[in-house]
Design a protein around this ligand. Structure first.
Ligand code: PEP
Ligand code: MN
Length: 365
């Protein structure tokens, strides 16, 4: 896939009302016709136009509720007919795609456990070839941007032109409050490379608990993402999957209508432009200074490397590094810079110094 992916803009899919956010909502799983209709009605009432429900559920443990299967597709057809909503579900292979196409689903998404599997992605891409339904691709569960892009490439090569992505966070062994690590940096990297891809966040699977929905949705909006996929169930307390993270339709109405603050992505107003341009020019000057200071620092590292080599001294003196870092942290945090930022920054600088000194050491004169 070149960075110039030719896509049909999401504004031409006829799915979403604008402005931001574009919302996809519905239960984690379709459980019964009654649950689907009651949830869809509650969502349609306040203008949600795109309905989600998992029909085939990829569960971690065998014996968990694995979805109602193809019979649930008929319930989604009823949602289309009675509420005029667009409907979508997760597909994980050729058979799922076929069933969805046979039942006239409007859109499909590919789940995190499938995106990471090139065999399945190719199978799905082949099955979708020649159709024009939109396809949304969730990030793989591991923080591997190339795997995500590879999946998009396979669909793009199969001629899919209505493509989008859903960021749902990454599995991690770190102790974090969320179910998945938001890893926003990877999402931002993808967005920077392919700005034309419509970008959804899935705060439900990211947070794993409804108490995090607002902060994660807000973050997604602040980063300028276009859409949200949020799980909503008419009776979350008895949901057969992901009960903790689902919201009642009415609660979702409040979250979207009263709690999330959506700021404009940009503005062309004259006074805004003038001030922001000035501030950005100031930043550019500082960045230039930073670059030349970094270059100067690395030159000195190189000279130290040469000096150590002449005196047959090893590159790394841990005590020197420890005291340098400690001093930087002390001085830096006093100015109000965060410790985490300083640690990351100076670790990177140190790593580059060591690399340069290593290069000097192994360069033959
Ligand atoms: C889902 O959307 O219900 C789902 C299973 O999500 P994920 O693939 O992100 O785990
Ligand atoms: Mn779920």
């Amino acid at each position: 896939m070149t960075d110039e992916m030719d896509l049909i803009p999401v504004s031409e899919w006829g799915f979403f009302t604008f402005p931001r956010p574009m919302v996809i909502a519905g239960p984690c799983s379709a459980e019964s016709e009654q649950q689907i209709m009651e949830t869809a009605e509650g969502l349609a009432e306040f203008g949600i136009h795109v309905f989600r429900a998992g029909i085939w559920k990829p569960r971690t443990h065998p014996g968990s509720f694995e979805g109602v299967g193809a019979r649930g597709l008929k319930w989604l057809q009823r949602v289309q007919r009675e509420f005029g909503m667009k409907v979508c579900t997760e597909v994980a292979g050729e058979r799922h795609v076929r069933e969805c196409l046979d039942h006239g689903l409007d859109m499909v998404w590919i789940g995190a456990r499938t995106t990471g599997n090139p065999f399945l992605m190719q199978e799905i891409a082949n099955a979708l070839q020649g159709t024009d339904i939109p396809v949304l691709v969730k990030n793989p569960i591991s923080p591997d941007l190339d795997l995500w892009i590879g999946g998009l490439e396979r669909l793009h090569q199969a001629g899919i032109r209505k493509l989008g992505v859903i960021h749902r966070g990454f599995s991690t062994w770190h102790d974090i409050p969320y179910r998945n690590d938001p890893g926003w940096r990877i999402a931002i990297e993808l967005r920077t490379r392919y700005p034309q891809l419509p970008f959804f966040a899935d705060p439900s699977h990211m947070g794993g608990d409804r108490k995090y929905l607002l902060e994660l949705s807000q973050r997604a909006m602040d980063l300028g993402l276009e859409g949200l996929m949020i799980e909503s169930h008419c009776h979350p307390e008895v949901a057969l999957s992901d009960a903790k993270q689902q919201l009642k339709p009415d609660e979702l109405r409040i979250l979207l209508g009263e709690q999330i603050v959506v700021r404009d992505a940009d503005s062309q107003a004259d006074d805004y432009r003038e001030n922001i341009d000035q501030l950005r020019a100031d930043i550019d000057v500082i960045d230039e200074n930073l670059l030349s200071l970094l270059k100067e620092r690395m030159n000195i590292s190189r000279r130290i490397g040469e000096y150590k080599k002449d005196h047959n001294i090893a590159i790394l003196q841990m005590t020197r590094w420890d005291s340098l870092l400690e001093e930087v942290l002390q001085k830096g945090t006093r100015t109000g810079l965060s410790e985490e930022f300083l640690r990351t920054l100076f670790n990177d600088i140190h790593e580059e110094s060591v690399r340069i000194q290593n290069e000097v050491l192994w360069t033959k004169e």
